[in-house]
Design a protein. Structure first.
Length: 657
């Protein structure tokens, strides 16, 4: 059982957190509006959390995932041989304020007993005793609680027993000792053996026994977690703020030093440690390729044939094998000697997290599924939430003019669904960073394009099938960063806005690529009606028109009052355009001679302009809460750009889960 202050489980998780922008609002990315249909698509940050049961079939060489228990489960632990599962979720008895409660599930995932308040508020980790008769929980603020497990089958229930403080202001980990009671270790490297009432029975200060250990206070992203060997005696602590290290100790509290390593090489790089069921070896994973540290004598060796890291490793019940979960959210079954037996196998577009042994040849896995798109009418009425097959809670959406399909692009997948939610197809793409998603539909719906960082562009016909791949390169030149993407009306030309002073045109018919130099770096691009080319917004505040052959057409238009042109929406008749400035706080409706038809409309201090469209020839803005306004609820609003004076505002309905 483990309790970091904020759990980081792998090197990839750490990298994602270090590279991520500050937390965004519910609707952080570009919003797609169908030009000729009553439909707005918004990539949602909604994430479905649930448990999955993983069952390995050794004879058939297959692995099968199935949803297990109710939605909303994330923090959980499993009883011996999978007899029950306990998980934590918000619960509001009598319609009060939701608080953390513990729920019991039987071996089939059915709820048993009544939800029980945690007694300590937020729960960051929990553990089940080896005999299945106790449950312990801990929070990030130094408090723990214990619960007795009474009865069996449908009569099983949790009974609160004690609440006690263990380590205020310090990260700590805890687990059950096989002989009974709890072991708690804080980041002052002092281990305390406690009874189920919290009373301290024995104390071991690990620092005098291991001179390299020093007291440290890690930041909020740090890890400090404990694993206790099933047979007792040995234990492992994983710690640090990244990179992470694991230390393995014997029963006396002395660090186990692998044979062949110098005393100074006391760090075993790993973000997690799992003891085998016999307790004579510990598996290390997360920072490097999986390794096994055999303890008699201490010998460190590579485990299995995996070259990449594993996010989690679980020793299955009864010594039946080892289940590992890799960075691509796939599971593999190994023998104790590291021979691959089953897999790798995955399940839809779920991201796999913590795992625990269940019954024989089974594991229970915490999973999350993103890739949801919220659909609204142009009046802001919520229509439905659809699952696109894309992954993650950040992404981009696109719609053809008639709104007949919804494309979503996130992480490594492009998903296409009907507005009803009926799936069409999913295509793989390169894995991108959180803020680098670009997807576009042609107006007639025949072609979809997706682009990200670097110089890779891919395009698919609406019916799916093999992608047309482009490498955007012209001599020594290639895009510095993709800032926008558009597809011509008939889908025969794709435009990519480059942060450098250029726009790239790609032609799916012959895979040709043309680079057109521009006076300044680009920030946005939009298709012109009737296949006339593209309008490109530049960082100097001008809009230029580029023909389908890559030749500049017409005079530049000064479109932004201050700064770059952040977003362009061309009127259906092609005679005018809406321009949103790069800081997303001001928008105007202009004709191609530069005359202001309407505006400017400026967002308030807590707003940002996320999209724009024409409704019966009149310009309308979609405005969201500024994601830096941390104290307010997320929302979307419609603002009529054409109205002078007090602006009428129409709120979007709340999306329903």
């Amino acid at each position: 059982m483990t309790l970091p202050r904020r759990l980081l489980t792998s090197a990839s998780t750490l990298a994602a957190l270090l590279c991520a922008a500050p937390a965004a609002a519910q609707y952080p990315g570009p919003i797609a509006v169908a030009a000729d249909a009553d439909l707005i698509a918004v990539y949602s940050q909604h994430v479905e959390k649930r448990l999955l049961r993983l069952r390995f079939d050794r004879a058939a060489g297959t692995a099968a995932f199935a949803p297990f228990g109710p939605l909303g489960a994330a923090t959980f632990a499993v009883g011996p041989k999978g007899a029950f599962t306990v998980h934590v979720a918000p619960h509001a008895p009598d319609d009060g304020t939701p608080t953390a409660h513990l729920f019991l599930l039987d071996e089939a995932g059915r709820p048993v007993g009544k939800p029980v308040p945690s007694g300590i508020g937020e729960v960051a980790g929990l553990a089940v005793a080896p005999k299945g008769d106790w449950v312990a929980v801990g929070n990030p603020h130094g408090w723990m609680a214990t619960f007795a497990v009474e009865g069996g089958g449908a009569g099983r229930r949790l009974l609160p027993r004690s609440v006690f403080g263990v380590s205020p202001q310090r990260a700590y980990g805890f687990g059950f000792r096989p002989e009974g009671g709890l072991m708690v270790v804080a980041d002052d490297w002092v281990a305390r053996f406690r009874g189920m009432d919290g009373a301290v029975q024995r104390v071991i200060d690990l620092k005098p026994l291991n001179k390299e250990l020093t007291v440290a206070r890690y930041d909020e992203n740090a890890m400090f977690k404990l694993a206790v060997a099933p047979a007792g005696g040995r234990f492992a602590i994983t710690y640090g703020g990244g990179p992470f290290a694991t230390a393995v100790f014997d029963a006396a509290g002395r660090r186990v030093q692998p044979k062949g390593r110098e005393p100074a090489e006391h760090h075993l790089l790993a973000s997690g440690a799992t003891f085998t069921t016999s307790g004579d070896a510990v598996l290390l994973y997360g920072m490097e390729a999986p390794a096994i540290l055999r303890l008699a004598p201490p010998l460190l060796a590579k485990f299995g044939d995996q070259e990449n890291y594993a996010s989690h490793i679980v020793a299955l019940a009864g010594g039946r094998g080892i289940a590992s979960f890799d960075g691509d959210d796939r599971a593999t079954l190994w023998s104790g000697a590291g021979k691959r037996l089953v897999g790798p196998a995955g399940f839809e577009n779920y991201a796999l997290g913590e795992a625990a042994a269940g019954a024989d040849d089974e594991a229970i896995v915490a999973a999350e599924r993103g890739g949801w798109v919220d659909l609204f009418t142009r009046q802001g009425k919520f229509v439905r939430r659809v699952q696109t097959g894309a992954g993650g809670s950040y992404g981009a959406t696109a719609l053809p003019a008639d709104g007949s399909m919804v494309a979503a692009f996130a992480s490594a997948t492009l998903g296409l669904v009907a507005p009803s939610g009926a799936p069409a197809w999913i295509a793989a793409h390169s894995r991108y960073g959180l803020q680098d998603f670009h997807v576009a539909f042609s107006a007639d719906g025949t072609r979809i394009a997706a682009a990200g960082p670097g110089n890779e562009l891919r395009s698919w016909p609406r019916a799916g099938g093999a992608a047309v791949a482009f490498t955007l390169v012209d001599g020594e030149a290639k895009p510095m960063r993709v800032m926008g993407l558009a597809v011509s009306t008939a889908g025969d030309v794709i435009a990519v806005a480059d942060e450098r002073p250029a726009v790239w045109l790609a032609y799916p018919a012959d895979k040709r690529v043309v680079r057109t130099a521009l006076p300044a770096g680009t920030r946005s691009v939009a298709a012109l009606p009737a296949g006339a080319g593209f309008a490109v917004g530049l960082v100097d505040g001008t809009v230029v028109r580029v023909g389908r052959d890559g030749v500049l057409a017409g005079a530049p238009l000064k479109a932004s009052e201050i700064g770059a042109v952040g977003r362009i929406v061309v009127a259906p008749d092609g005679g005018s355009l809406i321009v949103v400035e790069g800081d997303e706080i001001s928008a105007r409706h202009l004709d191609w001679d530069g005359k202001v038809v309407a505006g400017p409309v400026r967002a308030t201090r807590v707003e940002r302009i996320r999209a724009a469209f024409f409704e019966d020839g009149k310009p309308v803005l979609v405005v969201s809460r500024d994601n830096t306004d941390a104290g307010a609820d997320d929302w979307l609003r419609l603002v009529d750009l054409a109205t002078s004076g007090a602006r009428p505002v129409r709120n979007f309905e709340r999306a329903k889960p």
